[in-house]
Write a protein that binds this ligand. Structure first.
Ligand SMILES: NC(=O)c1ccc[n+]([C@@H]2O[C@H](COP(=O)([O-])OP(=O)(O)OC[C@H]3O[C@@H](n4cnc5c(N)ncnc54)[C@H](OP(=O)(O)O)[C@@H]3O)[C@@H](O)[C@H]2O)c1
Length: 326
């Protein structure tokens, strides 16, 4: 029962990319108390799915995101503890290519978490650059399920063609794929509008997880062409995209105002209305609280259509993950 409940997954989860990524997100250890407060707030509000990855945290911070998540889930006291579902992603590192290496990797994640991984996901497919590598990794993923080391298996950044192949491979061993996660937001509709992944997932009984649902923060409305913008690569990217998304931001703002919600809440709610499970990242309790406010209500069909039109008309979109396959 507990097992089934965990993988029934709530309509929204929480991403933890920032938790341990100094280079990309400016994380430092002084944020840990705040991140723990975000965790507690989420769980006590029924947001119990947490997405992480064994590559979240590099160098000195190696594995930091999983370590923090493990500590937070152990220290959590309050309602919903039994529903906490930890989803990690195992990276397809070039030195990882046997099925045993996947077992070892998942055991290392479990060690950092101080508990078993609930949902293990292949972080990306190597199909486009090292197709020979993938067979062993996928066998290992299935072994993890068969050996009872995880409750469910999922994929990330897979397109329809690859997804169908893996689904067939796993079905031969009697294993179902529980989830697929792709970059999906008002600024990244490609996986659904062009790759048609939602239809395929529905057909195969797979839940679609929407990562970066706020387009790294662009859809919150707090960043503008006048700045200030985040430091580093994110700022450079934002500078390129912002001029082409004026009408999308205006539409988001209009819907948010008429609903008495924030732009972030509308952007996240749109993902939920599309039948996906968004996993917005939050760095502070304020952001966490705001994002949780995307739950408990629904945009109506005319608002969704308006947002769809504005999204389709945006001149610049988010760049797709280089590992996203067809
Ligand atoms: N499978 C994959 O390859 C993959 C790739 C990327 C991400 N992911 C997963 O998806 C999760 C979420 O994606 P993401 O973090 O890339 O992007 P996101 O959720 O679109 O954006 C998160 C960022 O937006 C800002 N933010 C969040 N809530 C806000 C609010 N209410 N008000 C104002 N600003 C807010 C914060 O950054 P600032 O405060 O700095 O603006 C936060 O770090 C990750 O944690 C990770 O678990 C998976």
């Amino acid at each position: 029962m507990q097992t089934l409940q965990k993988l029934s997954l709530p309509s929204m989860g929480c991403g933890t990319w920032a938790w341990g990524n100094q280079l990309l997100w400016g994380y430092d250890e002084s944020m840990d108390d705040q991140l723990q407060a975000v965790f507690n707030l989420c769980v006590s509000n029924g947001v119990t799915l947490f997405d992480t990855g064994d590559s979240y945290g590099t160098g000195r911070l190696n594995g930091r995101s999983e370590l923090l998540l493990g500590r937070f889930s152990q220290e959590y006291v309050g309602s919903g503890k039994e529903n906490i579902c930890i989803a990690t992603k195992l990276a397809a590192y070039p030195w990882r290519w046997t099925r045993q290496s996947m077992i070892k990797a998942c055991k290392s994640s479990a060690q950092r978490l101080g508990r078993n991984v609930d949902l293990v996901q292949m972080h990306w497919s190597t199909a486009n650059y090292a197709p020979w590598q993938e067979g062993g990794l996928l066998d290992g993923l299935a072994d993890l399920y068969e050996q009872g080391l995880v409750i469910g298996v999922g994929l990330s950044n897979y397109g329809p063609k690859r997804l169908k192949q893996v689904q067939k491979k796993f079905a031969e061993r009697g294993i179902s794929i529980s989830t697929l996660q792709v970059q999906y937001s008002l600024l990244s509709t490609y996986p659904v509008t062009q790759l048609k992944l939602k239809d395929l997932c529905d057909e195969l009984g797979i839940k679609l997880i929407a990562y970066s649902p706020l387009a790294l923060g662009l859809l919150t409305g707090k960043y503008s062409e006048q700045g200030p913008l985040p430091k580093g690569i994110r700022g450079l990217l934002f500078r390129q995209i912002l001029p082409g998304m004026r009408s999308l931001l205006a539409c988001l703002q209009e819907v948010a105002q008429s609903r008495n919600k924030t732009m972030s809440q509308v952007a996240i709610n749109w993902c939920i209305c599309k039948g996906t499970i968004p996993i917005p990242g939050a760095k502070s309790v304020e952001q966490g609280r705001e994002n949780i406010g995307a739950l408990g209500w629904q945009l109506d069909s005319s608002e969704i259509a308006e947002l769809d039109r504005a999204a389709a008309n945006a001149d610049k979109k988010m760049v797709q993950n280089i590992f996203q396959t067809k």
